[in-house]
Write a protein that binds this ligand. Structure first.
Ligand code: ZN
Length: 146
């Protein structure tokens, strides 16, 4: 285990043990379940004037799932919706091992880049991000019927 992996593991465990933005306040939310691991997570967002004013999460799951929900909520709270969408796409690309447009914007979320080597854990690392993406899309596609 090299130093970088050690640092990454510390960040993941820190967010797992002391999650940020945990607890729902009643904003528009999306609940997702990952049967293969048991991750069960709800992500909510307060969206106002094209901005993610606040992102929160709640639920239970493995360290990767719960910590990534915390990292995501901290990273994307306060971002413009359009910028958040780009960051979410970059994150998905990183997890898939594909090219990322702007690595710097991922900040602490970069710690999950190693997940690309473990296909079984990809769902764990992306479930919270997918839930937030759904909340954003629901909000911006309000007039469309799925
Ligand atoms: Zn999991």
């Amino acid at each position: 285990m090299n130093d970088m992996n050690n640092l990454y593991r510390q960040i993941i465990m820190d967010h797992y043990k002391s999650p940020r933005h945990k607890g729902l306040k009643g904003y528009k939310c999306e609940h997702l379940h990952n049967p293969s691991c048991g991750d069960d997570i709800t992500v909510e967002a307060k969206i106002e004037n094209g901005k993610l004013v606040e992102v929160n999460h709640d639920g239970a799951g493995c360290s990767i799932c719960c910590s990534s929900a915390s990292v995501m909520s901290e990273l994307l709270s306060g971002k413009d919706v359009n910028e958040a969408k780009e960051i979410i796409e970059d994150y998905f690309n990183m997890i898939k091992g594909e090219e990322v447009k702007d690595e710097d914007r991922l900040e602490d979320a970069l710690v999950y880049q190693g997940v690309a080597q473990f296909p079984a854990r990809m769902k764990c690392a992306t479930i919270a991000w997918q839930a937030l993406k759904d909340v954003i899309n629901d909000d911006t596609d309000g007039d469309k019927n799925e």
